[in-house]
Design a protein around this ligand. Structure first.
Ligand code: NAD
Length: 515
């Protein structure tokens, strides 16, 4: 019997004892780094010719760890190991599978702040952001354990005279998980452990910027007692081994979360049946966003400004759910803009280890790319706040940046910057705001601040997003409470943390016996 599911609460870091416990965990992490994280295939570490060096984005001269860089050869080996493990794991009764998957969540929970600490130094997350992610990883394990039990129930079919008829779900085989760096623990864990809970086996390739926290997840998998080969860990460059993993005739399904461009490439490649391949691959794509919040003239303007700022600049805007366009009706445009600028100016910038509101972006490449977008934006719109890199120990800091008078169709209004950059778009009225809100190829998260019930209802029905939030921030979906995944080019709407997620990694069988 599993304990009932409830999402993990967060700590109160204003309590000095709690903050001090976090700092102690950071010391443990500092002593343990640089960590060596090998490729793990069939439960055994594997030597590789090359390494991936993971550094602290707040102090890039500090090496957090070194991960083995898997090659195409290792990718094939890992798939073989996953298929070998599938022979037994797929037959483990659902209650036992669920127990082990739940135990992975418990293993992470037991080392909660330590895992937070690794996220702080490897991904640049402050205490709240890191803990929210660790809590989400725990939630995924526990929630999917429960879902595995539900999935094992026979499916209802009608009687037919002279026969017994039954239908049930079976796991599919060895799949590949390719997660992004921005939730390098929670998304990696959810994309891997969900299919595993359904009876599949996995090869997981962490993002190149953040392999070390992925290695910590593997420690939790092992300590929970998940058998060797059920989860194989294959750090490596997406550009170098991604195609092998996706194209491989032994890959049964691909579970991808990342950028639109990479996702579309994987979706197309997954559709090709290669020699020796005995199935049509399934491929799930959870992609980018250009997420908007509407603010109308009936809104509580302070609450709206708070919600937009938290959505836009939490974790430096590097969330697929981050607000990157706020669409404000003309009557309150200037009042909102003033509030946004004041609040952005009040955000302190500094090392995540010291729990500042705004930390560094994840990498030198991301730093360059965001600053390039800001420079391009200067000629498209009015820069009203920020816009510069901030120096500090060589860390990749960028000021929270706000542009106003952005035209929806301009690059600032359409392109996913994936950094601390907010575009403010002026709308004539609510109807115009709703049109503008839908004027993007993406449809991941969206929000409205309004007190007008009719407009809220219209937004609920007509704003084409997978996750809509009314009068609150648009980030921070909770597992089992707000199933997460987008519409349009934001992905295949797999709805992570939702009741149908595990179903995606199964096939249905029916059997009829003549009486
Ligand atoms: P990315 O597409 O660059 O990389 C994602 C993963 O794909 C990484 O593991 C990378 O190594 C791998 N990869 C790169 N090239 C590949 C290839 N040719 N073949 C196979 N794999 C390859 O994305 P990112 O920069 O890591 O993450 C940011 C993006 O992820 C943003 O667009 C963000 O919106 C999106 N995202 C979406 C969700 C969601 O749930 N919809 C959640 C988080 C992030």
């Amino acid at each position: 019997m599993l304990p009932p599911y409830a999402s993990e609460p967060y700590s109160d870091f204003t309590d000095p004892a709690v903050a001090s416990a976090y700092r102690e965990a950071l010391e443990v992490v500092a002593k343990a780094s640089p960590l060596n994280a090998p490729v793990i295939i069939g439960g055994a570490p594997v030597d590789t010719e090359d390494d991936i060096v993971s550094v602290d984005p707040a102090r890039p001269d500090r090496v957090v760890g070194t991960a083995g860089a898997g090659s195409s050869f290792h990718a094939s080996q890992a798939l073989d190991a996953a298929w070998d493990a599938f022979a037994t794991w797929s037959k483990v009764p659902a209650p036992e599978r669920a127990r082990l998957v739940h135990a992975v969540g418990d293993a992470i929970d037991a080392r909660r702040y330590e895992f937070c600490g690794w996220l702080t130094v490897e991904a640049g997350k402050n205490y709240l952001e890191a803990e929210a992610e660790v809590a989400e990883a725990i939630d995924f394990c526990r929630y999917y354990a429960h879902q595995a039990l539900a999935l094992a129930e026979p499916l209802p079919v009608h009687d037919f005279p002279g026969e017994t008829n039954e239908s049930w779900l079976v796991p599919m085989g060895a799949g590949v998980a390719i997660p992004p760096w921005n939730f390098p623990l929670a998304i990696l864990a959810g994309m891997t452990i969900g299919p595993v809970a359904a009876g599949n086996t996995m090869v997981v390739k962490p993002a190149s910027n953040t392999p070390i926290i992925g290695a910590k997840f593997m420690e939790a998998v092992v300590s929970a007692g998940i058998p060797a080969g059920v989860v194989n860990f294959l750090p490596g460059s997406g550009a170098e081994i991604g195609d092998t993993l996706v194209d491989h005739p032994r890959t049964r399904f691909v579970n991808f979360t990342g950028s639109k461009d990479v996702g579309l490439r994987i979706a197309a490649r997954s559709a090709v049946v290669h020699p020796g391949q005995m199935w049509l691959k399934r491929a799930y794509m959870e992609l980018g966003g250009k997420d908007g919040i509407i603010v109308d003239e009936t809104a509580d303007l302070d609450a709206a400004a708070d919600g937009v700022i938290r959505s836009a600049f939490g974790f430096q805007g590097q969330k697929c759910s981050a607000c990157s366009r706020v669409i404000v009706v003309d009557a309150v445009h200037d009042a909102i803009l003033e509030r946004l600028v004041d609040r952005a100016a009040a955000l302190d910038i500094g090392p995540p280890e010291d729990n500042h509101a705004v930390g560094p972006v994840v990498s030198a490449a991301q730093h360059r790319s965001v600053l390039d977008e800001i420079d391009r934006g200067r000629s498209q719109a009015e820069l009203v706040h920020g816009g510069h890199a901030v120096d500090g120990d060589g860390g990749w800091y960028i000021e929270p940046t706000i542009f106003s008078e952005v035209a929806s169709q301009d690059r600032l209004g359409q392109h996913e910057v994936f950094g601390p950059v907010l575009a403010v778009i002026r709308a004539d009225d609510f109807a115009d705001a709703l049109d503008i809100a839908n004027d993007t190829e993406f449809g991941l998260t969206g929000g409205i601040f309004s007190t007008d019930d009719e407009r809220i209802e219209r937004t609920r029905q007509e704003f084409a997003v997978g996750n809509l939030y009314i009068n609150r921030k648009i980030t921070g979906a909770l597992v089992g409470i707000q199933p997460f995944g987008g519409l349009k080019l934001s992905g295949s709407n797999a709805k992570a943390g939702g009741p149908d997620y595990l179903r995606l990694f199964t096939e249905m069988k029916s059997a009829t016996r003549k009486l």
